[in-house]
Write a protein that binds this ligand. Structure first.
Ligand code: UT7
Length: 334
């Protein structure tokens, strides 16, 4: 019997209109464009400024575009996985809000939390659902409104992050394309270095937590940086090696967009020039779970059927991983 693989058959994306550039940021905290460009590599980021709008708004916009581009009947979508660290609410899930917004009647939906690694974990999960034969149309959405938890008085973290969302459709194929291999890990050591200290069940919101600014993203940048460089580089090399991939046959590397120096380290390890690396950090910053699908969305026209792609990411937890995908179609269907 032919093997069923899971392949991405379309991409949609959404970023808010408002641009927060380094010039404006330099008026908010003690920083400079030069420092941010040298140490991080972000020039500007998009911010969802409209009051009352959250992650589900961006996720639904991205999903809507995906449905329009692919022409898929929305009522054929069977499952929607939203991966985010910035859900609209603790509960219900952001995915349930997206389903409601899109008017999907024949699908179930849930959120998957793996911080900046969310898209990799969600894709691996969606691929398993499709490969099993039980589901034929699964939507994966990476979406984060990072501005909702960034402390805009903390100059070490606020230049990094931005808001955005992107969605992919995952369908079965018997061709030798799609989600080929993955290597995902979580170690449980990351809490002190990257977290939101309050607001969960350990430390519910109180006057104390608000007064002590405990509802913002807390990051010990240097430690996270070291773990990210090592782990993303190691697992990218591992995935490449065990699939016979090297600089001669890798079309693109799609790394999580946290810091241009981390991305360069991954490229160096794979002996690839930077023109083989998809980047959106300059204009979107770190959009957490959205960085990888947004990179696909922006570069869709460049992709060709059969292209060998390596994804890699690292995030809170710590979570990290890499995956190998053979792209499923030529260019943009638009
Ligand atoms: O997506 C989830 C995973 N997250 C990541 O992968 C992020 C990993 N970490 C990083 O990208 C980097 O560690 C940061 C961008 C967060 C920080 O860069 P760094 O090169 O590690 O800087 P640092 O924290 O070691 O700080 C160096 C200096 C410090 O000054 P002193 O102590 O040397 O006098 C900081 O106070 O830079 C100072 N600094 C700044 N200066 C100007 C920190 N932030 C700024 C700033 N502007 N925005």
């Amino acid at each position: 019997m032919e093997k069923t693989r899971a392949v991405i058959t379309g991409v949609g994306g959404f970023v808010p209109e408002y641009i927060l550039d380094n010039e404006e940021l330099s008026r908010m905290v003690d920083t400079t464009d030069e420092w941010i460009m040298t140490r991080i590599g972000v020039k500007e980021r998009r911010i969802l400024t409209e009051e009352g709008l959250g992650t589900s708004y961006m996720a639904a916009k991205a999903a809507q575009q995906l449905l329009e581009k692919t022409g898929v009947n929305p009522q054929e979508i069977e499952c929607v996985i939203v991966t985010t660290s910035t859900p609209d609410y603790h509960f219900p899930s952001t995915a349930s809000l997206v389903i409601g917004e899109l008017g999907l009647k024949n699908a179930f939906a849930y959120d998957l939390q793996a911080a900046c690694c969310g898209f990799l974990y969600a894709m691996d999960t969606a691929a398993a659902l499709v490969e099993s034969g039980r589901y034929k149309k699964v939507m994966v959405i990476g979406a984060d409104k990072m501005s909702s938890m960034v402390d805009y008085t903390d100059r070490a973290t606020c230049p990094i992050f931005g808001d955005g969302a992107a969605a992919v459709l995952v369908e079965p194929t018997t061709e030798n394309i799609g989600w080929m291999d993955s290597y995902l890990r979580t170690d449980g050591q990351g809490l002190p270095y990257l977290c939101m200290k309050a607001g969960g069940s350990v430390c519910p919101p109180s006057h104390f937590t608000v007064d002590n600014r405990m509802h913002y993203l807390h990051q010990e940048g240097r430690t996270v940086f070291k773990f990210a460089v090592t782990n993303m580089s190691d697992v990218s090399a591992l995935i490449a090696e065990r699939n016979g991939l090297d600089k001669g046959n890798i079309a693109w590397v799609i790394p999580h967009q946290a810091n241009v120096r981390i991305i360069e380290a991954v490229a160096h390890r794979l002996e690839l020039s930077m023109d083989k690396v998809m980047m959106n950090i300059q204009h979107f910053g770190n959009t957490s779970a959205a960085t990888l699908p947004l990179a696909l969305w922006e570069n869709e026209k460049l992709l060709k059927k059969g292209d060998n792609l390596i994804f890699t990411a690292f995030g809170a937890g710590f979570t990290w991983g890499a995956a190998y995908m053979k792209w499923g179609y030529d260019g943009s269907p638009e």
